[in-house]
Design a protein around this ligand. Structure first.
Ligand SMILES: *Cc1c(COP(=O)(O)O)cnc(C)c1O
Length: 398
């Protein structure tokens, strides 16, 4: 048995020994189930952090737990210099669901984006990458170069050369930026970290058309929007797009670290040795992902996200009228939900936590909800009431 310590003891240990690159809340989470998590003192929270997008199918889903248990006793490592049963079956299922014929398997979102960028440069023989302002694509050097937020980028300059950032939802800017030297355009269908900002369908279709016309590849980063989050299995399906490359990760394996870059017919089969990673396509992750994808389909989690997202929008859509001094806008797609505040979001998150609701920021003033898609409507109602109560209390205090 491991020794059981208190919330404060665990915090002290992490503060003493972890890298320091994360700002943490004063809460030690030790267990999760469905849309709930529990702290070290046994308090339960409704979880609208959802593993930062990794928990779409809910915490500790029994089918994924069972798949991991079973596979752990059979085979954990098997690099891609061999074939593997779990990997073969996962590749078949994932490519069928994404309707893209091939996939490169890896271990995180940043790795999936990094792969997409390298594949785009390799396949086109060009180097120029177009990304968007407020876009987020991960923290490795190639993905970071596509990420917009200056505080993530500036300490690490010089970054990878030949990236251009254009305003989001501005087709004229894309028209100017995409040239016959452009390898790829990288966009999120809804900007997640950048403030929960959905793209317009006409904009995305326009960018895709410009890419086709000028020989650039069209990459939709679905690391956050994928696997049912927005009300479709992949968010680009809302707009009838057909990306050339599609990085995914977060929820793909029910919470296990896993990622993939889907590859279209237009990119085709890549040649050996140009890319790779030791743990990519490992049997444990593949078994977890196979089970998680089954759950998403069987439980129609995308359909559920669409319905529950509609409920939230109806329930909270008039916050800007009811709390005019505090709320600027409410927006989202499915259960990727954002409330833009006029002030800072940090005190609101803290007050919600004291009411048993965990939520995320997106930038300094957007409250972001990323609940597991299995969340019950009664729990979402409780989240909505908690948000109203916090806004009312804070408004009264001003
Ligand atoms: C989270 C995220 C990433 C990075 O994924 P990691 O697994 O944290 O490396 C990339 N793109 C988008 C859109 C994301 O939301």
């Amino acid at each position: 048995m491991t020794e059981v310590l208190s919330n404060l003891d665990y915090m002290a240990l992490e503060e003493a020994h972890s890298s320091g690159v994360y700002a943490k809340r004063a809460l030690t989470i030790v267990r999760g189930e469905g849309a709930y998590v529990w702290d070290a003192e046994g308090n339960r929270y409704i979880d609208c952090v959802g593993g930062q997008g990794a928990a779409n199918i809910g915490h500790a889903h029994p089918k994924v737990v069972e798949a991991i248990r079973a596979q752990a006793g059979v085979l954990l490592s098997c690099p891609e210099l061999f074939y593997n049963d779990q990997r073969a079956l996962l590749l078949q299922k994932l490519t069928a669901l994404a309707q893209m014929p091939r996939a490169y398997l890896c271990n995180s979102g940043a790795e999936a984006v990094e792969a997409a960028l390298k594949f785009a440069r390799f396949a086109t023989g060009r180097t120029h990458i177009v990304a968007t302002m407020r876009g987020f694509h991960g923290r490795t050097m190639g993905a970071l170069s596509a990420t917009w937020e200056p505080k993530y980028r500036e300490p690490f300059a010089p970054l990878v050369p030949n990236y251009t950032h254009i305003p989001y939802n501005d087709l004229a800017a894309a028209e100017t930026a995409i040239t016959d030297q452009t390898a790829a355009v990288l966009v999120e269908v809804v900007q997640g970290e950048g403030g929960v900002r959905p793209a317009e369908g006409d904009y995305l279709r326009g960018v895709q058309a410009l890419c086709r016309e000028r020989g650039a590849l069209f990459i939709t980063d679905e690391v956050q929007t994928g696997f049912g989050r927005t009300g479709r299995l992949f968010a680009h399906q809302h707009y009838g797009l057909s990306p050339d490359l599609m990085p995914v990760a977060k929820s793909i394996a029910g919470g296990m670290p896993f990622g993939a870059c889907l590859i279209s017919e237009r990119v085709g089969k890549l040649q050996p040795a140009i890319h790779g990673t030791t743990f990519g396509g490992n049997p444990l992750g593949c078994a977890a992902a196979l089970a998680a994808l089954d759950v998403m389909v069987e439980e129609d989690l995308a359909g559920r996200a669409a319905v529950l997202g509609g409920f939230l929008l109806e329930r909270l859509g008039d916050l800007p009228q009811r709390f005019r001094a505090q709320v600027r806008e409410v927006r989202g797609l499915g259960l990727l939900f954002g409330i833009e505040l006029r002030g800072k979001v940090a005190p609101v998150l803290k007050a919600l936590q004291s009411k048993g609701v965990l939520a995320l920021p997106a930038g300094l003033n957007v409250l972001r909800l990323l609940p597991p898609l299995v969340i019950g409507q009664a729990d979402l109602e409780q989240v909505a009431s908690a948000i109203e109560a916090v806004l009312a209390e804070m408004g009264a205090a001003e």
